[in-house]
Design a protein around this ligand. Structure first.
Ligand SMILES: [Zn+2]
Length: 395
């Protein structure tokens, strides 16, 4: 009966995913420990592990300790048996990388993105992917993209990315057609959040985490019970385009006074350009602002601190809404370090309930720009081991 057969197949796939996840979570582990962790029988684990070894995904790497009897053989995921590509489209340059199953970056490729032309931006994506796919890292089993803007992750559509001039772009379908690989498309802040969650080594698989990414734009990625929360329309965490200032400056989204117009890397540069016009040093780029800030220039310090304050108020809203205790800050603005972080903390503390703030840890993320690349590639891992480990049609 076909129905029964399908069920058997599904169970097998489910067991396989469970075992792979356990191997992913543990650098080295015995068959017996896998059976204990997954609650599968020893026989099921042994059979499946034999298959995985034959496929080259898993290797026997040595012996563990024993309290009597035979020493258990330790297994490990073969990190370089499959590769993924992660692509970060969130900066003034696109950065892509080939990543192995442990999140180690093997090859990178980047290209500047000049104009506001959607077709051109897409060509640059192709260029980078063409180059990464032609490297010696094989087989590549999936492509993950972190893009700014509103994303329908289920369909792989970039609904709206203003600075890339993309609207309703079916990016996943375009790339799947061109490269014959599974593709996942995520908002860059959500990708960043997954990257920090999976690869910073600080979280258990069912933890909660908010990552607020403050670069050219501002956005948050929210993980609840270890899963990215995208909201009903994919826009969960789009705090950058919520107004925080009445009668504020015009935002690139068409509204006024958005958080992004006062707290982003772009905002502080614009403000510095205006305020330093007649003073010395004249600040006209993010780099010159950073230099002035580090040299203790009072104007630069004031601008950065003010930006931090606005961000802190918005984060207080997240604290009040979600009460997630672990919040990380990532993106260009983190280069201003402790004093910027201090101003964010201060206004967050002012604006949210003291008891909730007390329990909230606000820190700077560990992975810098790599977070988005790693998260985009790991989104393939999280979305199903099935997808990742069974498709190898790019040999
Ligand atoms: Zn806006």
């Amino acid at each position: 009966m076909p129905a029964k057969k399908a069920t058997h197949q599904q169970t097998k796939q489910h067991n396989r995913d469970l075992i792979l996840k356990t191997l992913f979570d543990n650098p080295q582990i015995s068959r017996a420990e896998i059976a204990r962790t997954t609650k599968l029988t020893r026989a099921t684990v042994s059979d499946m592990v034999a298959d995985l070894i034959e496929e080259g995904l898993v290797a026997e790497v040595g012996y563990g300790s024993s309290i009597g009897g035979r020493l258990p053989v330790l297994l490990s995921l073969n990190a370089d048996s499959r590769y993924l590509i992660g692509l970060n489209l969130a900066q003034d340059k696109f950065i892509g990388a080939v990543v192995n199953l442990r999140g180690e970056i093997k090859e990178t490729c980047e290209a500047p993105v000049g104009s506001n032309n959607g077709e051109q931006a897409l060509q640059i994506v192709y260029q980078i992917l063409d180059q990464l796919i032609s490297t010696d890292c094989k087989p590549i089993v999936g492509i993950g993209i972190g893009t700014p803007g509103l994303v329908n992750a289920r369909e792989g559509i970039v609904v709206n990315a203003v600075n890339l001039d993309w609207q309703d772009l079916p990016l996943a379908r375009l790339l799947e057609t061109r490269y014959h690989l599974p593709v996942s498309v995520l908002n860059d802040s959500q990708a960043m959040a997954i990257g920090e969650f999976v690869y910073s080594g600080s979280y258990k698989s069912d933890d909660n985490l908010i990552v607020v990414n403050v670069g050219y734009g501002v956005g948050a990625g929210i993980l609840i019970n270890g899963r990215i929360f995208q909201g009903d329309g994919g826009g969960a965490g789009e705090i950058g385009h919520v107004a925080v200032q009445e009668n504020g400056v015009a935002c690139r989204c068409g509204k006024y006074g958005c958080l992004e117009t006062v707290a982003s890397a772009r905002a502080v540069v614009q403000r510095a350009q205006v305020l330093s016009e007649t003073s010395d040093p004249q600040i006209n780029s993010f780099e010159s602002l950073e230099t002035a800030f580090l040299a203790g220039d009072p104007l630069a310090q004031r601008i950065v601190t003010e930006a931090g304050h606005y961000l802190g108020f918005s984060i207080a809203n997240l604290v009040g809404t979600l009460n997630i205790k672990s919040i990380l800050l990532t993106g260009d603005m983190t280069c201003f370090g402790e004093s910027w972080l201090g101003s964010v903390r201060e206004s967050m503390s002012e604006a949210a309930l003291p008891r909730m703030v007390q329990d909230t840890q606000l820190e700077i993320g560990k992975l810098d720009f790599r977070g988005c690349i790693l998260g985009a590639s790991a989104s393939m891992l999280l979305s199903g081991y099935t997808l990742l480990f069974t498709q190898t049609n790019n040999n």
